[in-house]
Design a binder for this molecule. Sequence first.
Ligand code: AMP
Length: 380
Amino acid sequence: MTKTILPNSTIGVFGSGQLGRMFAIEARKMGYRVHTFSPESDTPTGQVADIETVAAYGDLYEVRTFAQSVDVVTFEFENVPSECVQAAAEFVDVFPKGEILHTTQNRLREKTFLSTGGFPVTPFRHIKTLEDLKIGVAELVTPCVLKTAGFGYDGKGQSKIKTAEDIEAAFAALNGNDAVLEAFVDFEKEVSVVCARDQDGNFAHYGVIENEHANHILDVSFAPANVSESTHKHAIEITQSIAETLDYVGTLCVEFFLTRDGQLLVNELAPRPHNSGHLTFGPCVTSQFEQQLRAVCGLPLGSTEYYRPAAMANLLGDVWANGEPNWAAALTDTNVKLHLYGKMEPRKGRKMGHLTAVGETASEAAKIVRAARERLNPAA
Ligand code: AMP
């Protein structure tokens, strides 16, 4: 039975990055208190939360103390160890549930779940030994991509195998970790579907979002994606079916490759709000973060309607290469909104913030955010 967690209650959040920050902003807007738990202090989430616990995820005494002080737990970071989620779940509901986290935090478990469920995925092989890799490369044919099974995101822990000569170096780079070998997909584009599902099984989605990456990191997203009606319908059906199979509660993102012959392949699941869904924060009636809050609190999901087509451009630490960016210049276009995550150190490749904009069309919105980003730092 759905338990409603009312405003003024406290939501516990594992993780303390920008996803938790935007979640906390939405939660506080609706009168909830937020308690974040992570090993770092003065974090993007902690700056907005009511309480910031600084402890290792493996410190189960602290995890249990935290769980006893909150009314429900969710997370913004999926690489929280299973024992930590289990310890929290002794005292309080955790959404999405720990088994989902366990499945999605490891590429091999995730791909096995997807292929067993009949969902379309890139052909892959489980790699434990150099021999496995040699056989896998022969079967999947070069080029292919070798990815560590655990703790990989934004291209981290990945290497492309262009010819058989790359095999030994790619294997050595795994440092003994299990891996997944994937066929390289010569995709037409990358798209994602961000959705939310509540405790009664109600489902809401933000349509198909189109994503452009640079150096394996998301660069620009816009919605609605420029895809056919049948692709749109199919992407939503796959997403809903995945959410139902997992008995998912919260916000979920399914990332896809759209191949040149129109096939959708699931690349990855994110059991939380997703970077491509940042464009829902402002341009939509209900953001992906508010949906997560509503789902975990047992409130009805909100409308996912877009006021207008929308786009988002990430701001990586690179934007600071020539000093403080010119924020005023970016905001001269009154359609542009600035989000910064409160991170002090603008390292190269680090996600520091993003810009969103609306336009008459998604491609116009994308043009607006790109132009605004260029004005930040004309000399870079
Ligand atoms: P991932 O961490 O798996 O999401 O990979 C990051 C990005 O690398 C993806 O969004 C793609 O742009 C690229 N990529 C990953 N796997 C493949 C693949 N099998 N074929 C082609 N590109 C890939």
